[in-house]
Design a protein around this ligand. Sequence first.
Ligand SMILES: [Zn+2]
Length: 448
Amino acid sequence: MTSVPADLLVTNVTIAAPSTGWVPTAGWLACRDGRITGFGRIGDIAPRAVKAIDGEGGLVLPGLRNGHTHGSEILARGVADGLELADWLAEVWPRLDALTPEQMAIAVRFGALLSIRCGITSMVDHMRRNPMSDEVIEAAAAAYESVGMRALISVMVRDRAGANHRSVGAGHLGAPEPAHRQLARIAAAAQRLASDRIGIGVGPSASVRCTDEMLSGVASLSRDSGLPIHVHAAESAAEVADERRDFGMTSFERMERLGMLGRRTACAHCVWLEPRDIEILAGTGSVVVHNPVSNLRLKSGIADLPGLRAGGVEVAIGTDGAASNDGVDVWEALKFAALLPRRNAGTAAMPGSIALLDMVTTSGAAALGGRGVPFEVGSPADFCLYPAAEAPIGNDDSFAAALVLSVPRRPSHVVIGGALVLEQGAFLHVDEAETARQARHLARELMA
Ligand SMILES: [Zn+2]
């Protein structure tokens, strides 16, 4: 008998993961107490476990990480189609800023269920609600916990008044709450709510929407408490021009000067960059989250993914909020990331498929504030089992390409922290149909 300890065992599967270069291997995997305890090949004796799943020839992959989204936007899919960022913000957010804590919980729970159905086991929720409150953050954290989802709730902050120009936006909001009070709320929430599954982070809306005092305060809070920072950066050309006019520098120069960049910081979008900005991002070890679908939907532009990677920047993949996507499917975003660099003849197919798969797993974990290769012995047991019909057939080279390009792909089983949350296509802890009914009702009410 093997000595691998196990309380959950998945047999008769093909496994592919970053730690083995995404080379498919047939065998089994075992977990105990929320962590992976062993992998075996065909012929290796599997341990006994409390719960055993026959994968029936299916495919096990690590859970995907959605590096940037806004949970409540799941209620606003399809809204403001065709508008650019500033007009879109003005159309969508006055409605979502009105969510009560109970309504936020419905939106978050529904978005988490849809995410798990897309193979996502953890996500950054850059959580906006103006004004922010303890109750809203608590409701969101409880909703993620109820589903069994891992989430970094990066609580949005902003403190520049809205009327001076459109990138600052939020004309429907009153005077902003002082920076120190917004940051104190986040520090207290982190103390109260952080758990094995829930992280709390600090999320400036964008540097152009924050004073220097706020950005310095964000840097101090992250330094003192270890909280990850998540920020929109250089998403639209207009925002970059406004920042230069108001502050005489780029967002990245300003954030670096105020101590906000580093290995705990993830910058979403990064579409409009100067060469010096790429040097700053690489030099500080900040992570960029590429959101190709949202950037097209809002006509913001196409981020230079090959240029960022060639410059030594770690890049993760995000969907952005579902109001600019109009879903939460990271597989789809990954396919756009693969294909957009090839839009003209003569370009290389880069990044390659293996690098893209790493972006949505290893780099995604970095965007959530963690480091290290996920899905090896000792890692948290966060993985998905896809039915055999969804597993690519081919040699090792075409296998990775097929994973990236042959979407959509939907898991039958999802395990997060060693616990099944989806089994044979059914959620174990939440009434999916009732959650969907509540979300539809709420979306109709809000978007009327
Ligand atoms: Zn966003």
